[in-house]
Each structure stands twice: as structure tokens, then as C-alpha cells.
Write a protein that binds this ligand. Sequence first.
Ligand code: NOJ
Length: 585
Amino acid sequence: MTVSAESTASGAAASAGTAASNVTPLHPERARSATDAALPDPSEPWWKSTTIYQIYPRSFADSNGDGIGDIPGIIGKLDYLQTLGIGAIWLSPIFASPMDDNGYDISDYQAVAPEFGTIEDFDRLVSEAKARGIGIILDLVVNHTSDEHRWFTEARKSRDNPYRDYYIWRDPAPDGGLPNAIPSVFGGPAWRFDDATGQYYFHQFSRRQPDLNWANPRLRAEIYAMMNWWLERGIAGFRMDVIDLIGKEVDKGITAEGPHLHDYLKEMHRETFGGRDVLTVGEAWSATPGSALLYSGRDREELSMVFQFEHVTQGWDEDHGKWKPKPLDLVALKGVLGKWQLALAEDGWNSLFWGNHDLPRAVSRYGDAADYHVASAKMLATVLHLLKGTPYVYQGEEIGMTNAGFESIEEYRDIETLNMHRLHLEAGRSPEDFIAGANQNSRDNARTPMQWSEAPNGGFTEGVPWIAVNANHRQINARTAVADEQSIFHHYRTLIGLRKRHGVIVDGVFRSYLDQHPDVFVYTRTLGDERLVVVASFADHQVSLTLPDELRLSGACLISNYQPVSSLGETVSLRPYEAFAILKG
Ligand code: NOJ
């Protein structure tokens, strides 16, 4: 396996380092000659021209045979990630946790979970990654803790415990029932009665994930100190779990985007990462284009960007939500993606993603994993990576991993899926119907282990994996993909490299065409004299198009998933899932 010129260049830039602090910022490829105006603007933040890779540690690579992925396993795969060309890793939580929600329930923010390794392993990960031009972005889960966190074990001891107010406690309603009707995301009410002190506590996720009370300044100060402790270890930023929920006002029924949310984010910025060259991305299911500008506006001093989910939720059923997804509606999907491109065109910044550890596999949801696996996975990558924003690749997406295909509830591990299975069956839904929905949208679709090779268990572990490995690892695996220059992996590698070299991909103005066409996504990106035309078919059959005049042009084909295409006439005929991009300069 050879290491690309791109990743070598960014590695050198990063290890040279430019920061005054011990936090070395990662500047991928800043050098450019004055005459080469096509390169990304070097005065822009590094995270605008790089691509982030998400690792779900439990499912990535197991180094010690216990069936659970770990940090030494990740270190062993850094060369693979360097070859892919990514600039940073978003690491899902690696902290001490009883693992009720696979680490999104933290019992000690400053300790590494023993199944994932030690703090020395973590420090080695940061330095080994940095040597390859890769930053480590930690998952900051501060809307809630585990019920085993010391703050909570203290808080529940008595009503006057000094930690009581770190959490949200309410008396029972006059009839002895729940304080109000707010539901938990994982099913059932968001309130749990605590016998010892006779009050309910609030938990928006599992009952083992009590919500923190951000109105308490002492709590906020502890969180900022913890963040600084990690920043001082040299991390490249934070992904912030359900950050839109921290400003909640439960008595008014407000959970998301509460009145003090942006005050807290500004304070956090000031007290922690402001002034450091890091990436911050907030998970915000409730974000609208308007609020995204508040989170990520240039002069707001809050976050670099947010993950918004409108393109995901527009595909859910009105009654059963994600558990009964609707068939893909490309016109609606384009409408949402285009709306966000336009809304954040002048200010703010988009994150770009098809998948993560909570979502189905991209090729299963938006492509055709059965009949056009390679073509459709490449098409999806092309469409996403040439939009304006920072792309995120979820582990295994770069080799076209597919949904799990579990046939019975016994194979599932995810707390949300198991809770919802019980609740839907109690409400009268048939097990078959529920499994059909879970097959499409359970979070476990993304959590089956990374498929490294055709070896038993896909080379993920030499032990018994905590969740079954997809049987298709014999065909779909990283070893085969890296060896094949025509693979999905190399298509991603090319796209990631293109973003580093072309300012038009980073900053070009977005415009879409043929918005009502049910099968194709056509858009342009324009910067100065340069114009990038992206044409992609979401159809499993041939599609013929008539193009508007301004798209009839010729130039250099930057990427394609069939043969290169370098000119467009009045009509174009697209093969199933064909996608290409032409640059006219
Ligand atoms: C969002 C995370 O992505 C998800 O995995 C988790 O269950 C919830 N937040 C609660 O932390």
C-alpha cells in the first residue's frame, strides 16, 4: 500500500506545528503559490478543506481479543486512515461508562473505559495520529451523565447534598404522578422517581442517563475545566452530543434550543476552546437554518458548525418515525440539502454526512446495496463531498458497508431498539413489521464491526464480537478495497484529495438545477472563473436528461464512477447511479 502525496504533505504540515500552545493545530496543505488561485484559501480554518472520519471505538478494531474494539486497535489502523487522506477523527466516547448506551453514559469524564484502553493509550493515539496529520476530536457528552457518575451518586443521597442541583429534580404532581408529560427519546416518560429522596429526576435518554442542570454555574465551571484538561492533551476539537438540549426549561416543556442555550455556548467558547485552532461541531436535531447561523455564524463565537438532520428526518413516517421509514424521495432530499446550502452560503458552515453511529448505512438507505453496490456508493460520495461544508465519513462507509440485516430481535444490542421493540409490540404492532423497520433504521445497522478482511469476523476480532459481523465481509472489506484501484475506497480517497486542492469545492457558490427531476441531482459550484458541474443519478435504470444552456460545457473530469465525462451537450444519458463532476476553469 502506498501513501498518497496528499497525506504525506498534510502530515508534514501538521508535525511542523504552528501553535504557541502545546495544542498543535492541523493545517492540511496550507502552502500555495501566488499564481495558483485554484487552491483553497489558506486564511480559512483548516476544517473547511479537510474531511473528518468518525470512529465508533467499540466496533472499529479489537487488539486484545475481548470482542470489543479499543484504542490500540485504532492506532493500528492509522496508516489506513492516512492513506484515505482524512484530516481528523471524531472518536465516539471512550470514557469510563457502564455502557448502558455504549459510552454515551459517562461515569468519569477524565478516565478512559478499561475495555477501550488507558490514558497512556489515548495520549499515544493523539501523538501517532498527529504524526500522520490527523487530529483527534473527542465526543463531549454533557447534556447528561451516567447514573454512576459521582455527581449523581452524591446528588441522590439527599435533597441538600451539594451536588443535588447538578441535576434536574422535581416533586411529584399533586396526584403523585409525573411532574409533566415530556417523553424520553428512548421510550416512556423522561422522569424517574427516586425513592430515597421522594422526587423525580429528569432524563431525556435512558433512566441511567440523568440530565445535567446547566443553569448551575458550578456545574458549568466543572465541565469547562474538564474540557480544558482534554484540550491540553492536544486534541483537535469536540463533537458535542445533543448540544441543542443543554438550555432546556423543563417546567415550560422546552427541551431543545432553550432560552439560555446560546449564552452557555458563548461562555463555553470563552472559557475553553476560544482562541485555540480546533473544530467544534454540535449535534443539533432541532436546528433550523436560522438557528444554525446562531451556532456557527462567523462572529458568534460559538461553534464551527452543527450536525442538522433535516435530510434524515424528512424520510421518516409521521406516526412511527424512524421505525417505519418512507421510500427515498429524491425531490424532497434535494430540497432539504439545497435549502441548507443556500441558507449557510454567506455565513455559518454546513457539516455534510449521510451516516453516523445512529443512522443506517448510506448505501442501504440512499443507494442500491443489492444491485448497484459500487456504483451507488460512489455516486453518493460524489454528491456529498462536492457540496459546500465539511464532509464526515462514518467508519466503513468508505468501503460501502451495508445495513446489518438482522432477522430477529435477539441479534440487536442497541438500548433504543430493544426499548422500542417492547413498546411497539405492547401497542399492537407485529414483530415482523417492527423488525422490517429496524432492519432499515435501527442504530445497530451502523454498529456491526468494521470489515477489515475476509478472515473470520471480518478481521475485527480474534474473540467473539460483541455484536455480529455482517456476513458480507467476505466481499466487502478494507483489504480488498485498498488493493483495488477501482474500489469505493479509492473513490473516497480521490474526493478527499480533491477538496484539499480545489478552492471551488471549499468555497464555490452552490446552485442546483432540475429540482423537480425525480432521479437526478445536478448542481454547480462557482468560484471566480471556475465552475464545477456535478451530475448524479439516483436511478437504477438509464436516465436521459435535457440540460439547461449554461450547463453545456466542457472541461476536466475530476471524478466519475463509470468512464470520465468531460463535456456536456444538450442531452445527456446517465447509466444507473452514474455520477461525475466536470471542472471548467
Ligand atoms: C446522541 C448520540 O449520537 C446517541 O448515540 C446517544 O444515544 C444520544 N445522543 C444520547 O447521548
